[in-house]
Structures are given as C-alpha cells and as structure tokens.
Design a protein around this ligand. Sequence first.
Ligand SMILES: *Cc1c(COP(=O)(O)O)cnc(C)c1O
Length: 396
Amino acid sequence: MIGDPPRLRPKSRLVHGGRPDARSKGPVNPPIVRASTILHRTVANMRGAEAERAAGHRVQTYGRRGTDTGFALEDALTDLEHGHGARLTASGLAANALVFLSYLKPGDHVAISDGVYGPVRRFAKNFLATYGIAYDFFPADGTDLESFLRPQTKLVYLECPGSSLFEIADLPRLGAIAHARGIAVAVDSTWGSGWTYHPLTLGADVSILSATKYLAGHSDVLLGAVVTNEAAWPALDGMAELMGAACSPEDAYLVLRGLRTLGVRLSEHERNARILADWFVAQPWVKRVYFPALENHSTHALWRRDFSGACGLFSVEFGGVGEPVIEKFLDRLNLFGLGSSWGGFESLARPEPWATLRTASPNPAGPLVRFHAGLEDVEDLLADLQAAAATFAEAG
Ligand SMILES: *Cc1c(COP(=O)(O)O)cnc(C)c1O
C-alpha cells in the first residue's frame, strides 16, 4: 500500500488502514504471522523473493525483516502520517536511536530540541559524543534555531510538543530553515500519535512514534515506529536493516488493535485532561499548568494552528508548597497510579526532575508533576484529587 494516496477521511482510515478489504472473505483482523524462516517452493521462487526484497518491495523473506502482521501496521502508520514508508522497532527509544544512526556519521553535527525526553539526552551524551557526532540543544519552541546550525549539521531533531512542558515549535518555519541548508528534520511525535499532529505534512522528513503510548493504548506493549517521506526513506530503511530493527508480531498485532480506537480514546483523554487542568488552575497551591490546549500556554497559538487536538498528558507546577507535602498529596491519590510512561487507559502521576529538564531555556521555578488523565469518569478523578488535596490545607 506504500505510495497510495489516502482516500478516506481520517476516522475511516483508522478503521480500515492495514486491513484486508472490507468486502474480502476471512477474519476482520490480519492474522498474527510468527516466523523466522520463510519457505519457498523452488530455488527460483527463493531468488525471486530476495530480488524483490533487494529492489525495495516488502515480501516475506525472513522474520526479522517483518511478516505480514508488521507490514499491516507499517501500512496503517504510513497512511496515518502521510509518509512513504515505516519501519518498526522493539521500543520507542530504539526508534529514536535508529533515527540518529540513520542520518548522522562521525564528524557530523545535530541540533537537538531542548524538549527531548531524558533518554534522548542520555543518548546524546553517552553515544553521540563517544562516536564523534557533535550536538547542541536549541530552545524547545525553536527560537533562534539558525544560530545553532553549523556547516556540519546534518539533522535537526525535535520532540514536539516538548517533554513535560509541552512547548510547540513552529515546524514549517524550522523545516524551511533546515531544508534551505540541506538538513533533514526529524520529530518525535508520540504526543500527537499519528492522530492530532502530522509532522511530515508540516515540514519534517521523519516522524517517530512510541506506539507504546496511545497507539497501543493499554500499557501492555512496547513498540516504536519511524515513518519517513520518500527522500528520507532509503537511509532509514538501510540502517534498520543493518541494525536488525525488529518487533514481535504479537506486539504489532496489539498496536493494530489499539489504533482502531485511537481517535475516540484521544478525544476522551483530552476531555478529561481539560477538566482536570481547569481544576488545577483554580487551586491556590498551583503556580502554573502546562497544557497546550490552555489559552495561557506559551505556545497555545501554534497548538491551535498545527494540531487538531490534545491528549491526556499535562504537567502541574506547584507554588508555595514543598516537595514532601506534594509527595504526601500524590501518595493519597487512589485512582492515579504512580508510574512512568503514559497513553494507557488509566490515570497516572509522576514527579518530574523539574530543575534539570531543560538546558537551553529556563526550567520551572518549583516542583512539577506530570499527570495523565485516563478514561475513568472525570467526576471520580476530581473527587480523588479533591480528597487528596486536603494535604495542602493540613500543611497550612
Ligand atoms: C515513551 C516515549 C519514548 C520511548 O518509548 P518506549 O517504547 O518507552 O521506549 C520516546 N519518545 C517519547 C516522546 C516518549 O514519550
């Protein structure tokens, strides 16, 4: 299906993407094809399949390169992101790393958004530096990107919105600046999840998705994907092959199952997050709520322009209360789990390393907690927060 123009409207594409024709005979869902070895009837068939593969066509030749289950997910994600092709990895972080490896070599330089999440910072420090690839962090809203570019810059890498503070970069502007210099642009679009944000239509060459989050949607799968436009495809596909990028067919199947309901889940997560965010804004112990859908968010105007929606993820900056009190408040919550990751059906809370989140722009002045609004009844979530908030009154 690679290369076919999307014909249906987005909600219909979620339902029909990467599936057999609705009028074909057989199961609704593509079956799970487990395989390492793929058999061929004759030597000529075997050589033919290998030649097709070498020519860039996807045919089952060996399980590591994917079977029809993974191919179906690649098709669905390529379609959602308006891309040319997709490769799957065993985790989102493996997809992030694969992108750096695909577009950079020793001697090159990469400009990285200050908004990237911790493990990407660690990758820059412990891998890029070691392998002779220079990097700089530029402010997560993209301000002043030009001053961070060098003749050796080969990649501009962003997470958009930025991790924890959700700054949105002006991607069309950044894309134009980078492309005028022959620099590729990659965006970690996990927050948009192929649904509310489409980096490839806004000036990026590469979109990275941690399908672990909303695409899978049930906190029981790890999977990453990289979707690229046509120009960026050969480098990505070639490196995925060299590095043995692969994922399990079961996990690909579960992500396909999850993505059918991505749209309805995300609108409900957003609805609940908006209500919780409004509640937090009204609390005297809250200094600021970071959620791009709020009008006073620093990049709300870009969110309105470039996104078709939000999701359940937002952060709360506390004011005038110490971390021990905040921890007591979090410990008293019954419906919010304490845990990393997000994008499942459940509500979560996680204290953030607020003082060290950014290095190229200011950090919050006080403790920050990231919340994920799940699919519970929002009245129950509010009641849970309200009961736990007694902690602040008790602390005076
Ligand atoms: C979670 C996450 C990843 C990594 O995904 P894993 O599947 O946990 O490895 C990458 N980028 C962003 C923005 C994420 O939130």
